[in-house]
Design a binder for this molecule. Structure first.
Ligand SMILES: [Cu+2]
Length: 156
């Protein structure tokens, strides 16, 4: 039975003498450091209020970002609930990856177009041309947004 998606990960390098594991650890620790920066960024706004989504902030690189759809959240690839996406004005392409069992989509409030995934492991993408501003992103499947499949999109 593989009922959970928990991965036990070592907290510190235990295979210092073995290059393969050392490299793997370095990669992993870089990811953790990046997530830490993202979390700091999410908290660094100075308490600007109630509308703040919980979860990590992820920045789209070169107008593209990959988002995982888990059944009750959007997540940053690798780990963590996605709360906020930051991107530069212009084109944004979101690749949605199905990591759950229910159908999911990714939409931006007030913008047409969406990426929809169905079967396990499927991917879909959609692109938008965005002016600077704050938007909301969400899953439009019935009930999903209310369960937490939403976040903020900051276009600067
Ligand atoms: Cu959904």
């Amino acid at each position: 039975m593989r009922a959970t998606r928990h991965h036990a990960r070592p907290l510190r390098p235990v295979f210092r003498d073995r290059p393969v594991f050392r490299d793997r650890f370095r990669c992993w620790s870089t990811a953790v450091a990046m997530l830490g920066v993202a979390l700091l960024g999410a908290c660094g706004g100075g308490g600007d209020g109630d509308g703040e989504p919980s979860g990590a902030t992820a920045t789209a690189a070169n107008g593209a970002i990959t988002v995982e759809a888990v059944d009750t959240d959007f997540q940053v690839v690798g780990d963590g609930v996605l709360g906020t996406i930051r991107t530069a004005a212009g084109s944004l392409t979101v690749t949605l990856v199905q990591k759950g069992r229910l159908a999911h989509d990714f939409q931006i409030e007030g913008q047409s177009g969406k990426a929809t995934v169905q079967g396990s492991g499927s991917t879909a993408d959609a692109s938008w041309e965005l002016q600077p501003g704050e938007y909301s992103f969400f899953c439009g499947q019935p009930g999903h947004r209310g369960q937490g499949m939403e976040g903020k999109l900051i276009v600067a």
